[in-house]
Design a protein around this ligand. Structure first.
Ligand code: IMP
Ligand code: MG
Length: 172
């Protein structure tokens, strides 16, 4: 099986440095708050795994599988939940750890859906941010790298389910 090798856009060292910094920042903010980290699968599994290991505090981790139905300009309801979290998050502090915010539709719908469950707070961390593509009225509280409108793979992200295992962010 042969595959094209994508060019490096962001090295594993650059990712590691930023993820470590964010982990420390979150640890300071959420110490003693016992936050729930939500990992929307599959693209965020590597980012979440590295982020929680960079946060030297007590936390819980939950996984979801969601997809958006497009326009994030109206309120929630526009999200398809294939796998929900198993925890009651009422009164809890939520951190969504997402791979990339593109149009913003997914995070817009996900955040609104979670807010209906009355958590104490919801913040959004994204590894990558493509601001030029945004159509939904949502912003990321912490985004580690702002990138141009290019399709990227690696560090959890796929092209047709391939390349998730790459330790860097690649582009074709
Ligand atoms: P949004 O709803 O348009 O913000 O899209 C979010 C989802 O699309 C992300 O969570 C990714 O799973 C996927 N996505 C967007 N851009 C890329 C990319 O460049 N590479 C891989 N997946 C992407
Ligand atoms: Mg994703």
């Amino acid at each position: 099986m042969t595959q094209k090798t994508p060019a490096v856009m962001i090295t594993k060292e650059e990712i590691n440095k930023k993820v470590s910094e964010l982990g420390k920042q979150l640890a300071n903010k959420y110490r003693d708050l016992d936050p729930v980290i939500i990992c929307p699968l599959k693209g965020s599994f590597v980012f979440t795994a590295d982020l929680v290991r960079a946060m030297d505090i007590q936390c819980e981790i939950e996984f979801m599988i969601v997809s958006s139905y497009g326009s994030g300009t109206v309120s929630s309801g526009s999200i398809n939940i294939k796998k929900d979290i198993e925890k009651d998050i009422k009164g809890r502090h939520i951190i969504i750890a997402e791979d990339i915010i593109d149009t913003g539709n997914t995070l817009f719908a996900l955040k609104n859906m979670l807010l209906e469950r009355e958590p104490a707070s919801v913040s959004i961390c994204t590894l990558l941010d493509k601001p030029s593509r945004r159509t939904a009225d949502i912003k990321s509280d912490y985004s580690l790298f702002v990138i141009p409108d290019k399709f990227v793979v690696g560090y959890g992200m796929d092209a047709d389910e391939k390349y998730r295992q790459l330790p860097y962010i690649g582009v074709f």
